[in-house]
Design a protein around this ligand. Structure first.
Ligand SMILES: *Cc1c(COP(=O)(O)O)cnc(C)c1O
Length: 404
């Protein structure tokens, strides 16, 4: 490593809150599936900023839309209308088949906004006594880092010493429809759940789970809130992961790839009157729905569809998954994935996944460990067959090593 690389890392450590433990690479440029470090070494990005750069790094059409809009108008606040918000609403509603849209910035803000909206719906429409609304969530969930959200996390790292937390959440096991049924009571307003648990290590629920959940929600007048911040916008090979299950959520949360990684843009989408309960002054965000965000998101959605990225995610995801399953290595316990949301879970005896990620880095692949023993693989949706094969070769040689 040159001294300049060490400087960046040391300076971050010296001044920054150390709330991350990054892999030791300092990136300075990106294009499509590739990123380059400060010394010019190239890597295939198999994290995609946790799926935020699904469209590939610095997509030229999103970049052009951003620059063009930045020259014209960036922020008006919602005190005034702007000429991008209506178009963003129209296009995201048409793309996802939603009726109402609430624009926010980060994913966690979309989650918080949905929690507020379903509670309000519960009191004003369902008739739950004031202050009694309950929301059901799953163990090992990940919905962001705000105080409200970490309060119903089950991960001690995520919630430890951050309390006291807000009441009103009930935690059940993921993938267990009977547990969900048992947890519902007359005060239940919503079930907030990820279609595939991403941060938990790409955990795919059993077939039929979401069909049963959908039926139970409908039967009990409970809003099904799907957090598709990571699974949405093509990551799993369909526009929304709910489509694999043949269901429709009442409320859908999008973020991350909604801007192609250029800018924080998130949205709460609803199919019914949930968002309709919010009236002027009851919720807001200075930056939410700003013209720059809207222009970027419009371009990010457009290229996703026009350039066939969703279909490509399905095709390359299947190729990647098959290739991973073909790797004969004692280190591998299980390979999972849907579309380009993939994970390799290692045997505990194989050593920490982080060691394998560092070995992959040396071979020109950036991937991120999650929960000690799992390597998550989520390249941009523009990856080609040749690039998948290139990655598989390097994964095979790395995973057949013993790094324990
Ligand atoms: C990343 C993520 C969030 C939080 O998004 P931020 O933009 O980091 O606040 C919420 N839910 C899921 C499923 C995520 O993957």
């Amino acid at each position: 490593m040159s001294s300049s690389v060490i400087d960046f890392i040391a300076t971050e450590a010296r001044f920054g809150a150390r709330n991350y433990e990054p892999i030791g690479v300092v990136l300075s440029r990106g294009e499509g599936v590739w990123v380059w470090d400060t010394e010019g070494k190239r890597y295939l990005d198999c994290l995609s900023a946790y799926s935020a750069v699904s469209q590939g790094h610095c997509h030229p059409k999103i970049l052009a839309a951003m620059v063009e809009q930045a020259h014209r108008l960036t922020l008006t606040s919602r005190a005034f209308h702007n000429d991008q918000l209506a178009l963003f609403y129209e296009e995201i509603a048409a793309l996802t088949g939603s009726h109402k849209v609430l624009p926010m910035n980060s994913g966690a803000e979309a989650v918080e906004s949905a929690i507020k909206a379903v509670r309000k719906w519960g009191y004003e429409v369902k008739g739950v006594p004031d202050g009694q609304a309950e929301i059901i969530v799953c163990a090992n969930n990940f919905h962001g880092r705000t105080l409200g959200v970490v309060g119903f996390s089950t991960d001690p790292e995520t919630r430890g010493h951050f309390g006291p937390f807000a009441p009103g959440f009930k935690i059940i096991p993921f993938g267990d429809a009977a547990a969900f049924e048992a947890a519902i009571n007359p005060n239940t307003v919503a079930f907030l759940v990820e279609p595939i648990q991403g941060e938990a290590g790409v955990v795919i629920p059993p077939a039929g789970y979401f069909t049963a959940v959908r039926e139970l929600c409908t039967a009990n007048n409970v809003m099904l809130v799907l957090d598709e911040i990571q699974t949405g916008l093509g990551r799993t090979g369909k526009l929304l992961a709910e489509q694999h299950e043949g269901i429709e959520a009442d409320v859908t949360l999008l973020g991350k790839a909604l801007s192609g990684g250029f800018y924080p843009v998130s949205a709460v989408l609803s199919n019914n009157d949930v968002l309709g309960t919010l009236r002027p002054g009851q919720h807001g965000s200075t930056f939410g729905g700003n013209p720059l965000a809207c222009a970027v998101a419009r371009a990010a959605m457009r290229v996703l569809v026009e350039e066939g990225m969703i279909e490509n995610a399905a095709i390359q995801g299947a190729r990647f998954l098959e290739g991973l399953k073909d790797i004969r290595a004692n280190t591998i316990r299980e390979v999972r994935g849907r579309g380009l949301m993939l994970a390799v879970e290692l045997h505990p005896e194989a050593g920490r996944a982080r060691r394998y990620c560092e070995a992959l880095q040396a071979k020109g692949i950036l991937a991120k460990d999650t929960h000690e023993h799992t390597i998550r693989i989520a390249p941009p949706l523009v990856i080609t067959s040749d690039q998948v094969d290139w990655a598989l070769e390097r994964l095979a040689t790395t995973l057949t090593q013993d790094l324990s």
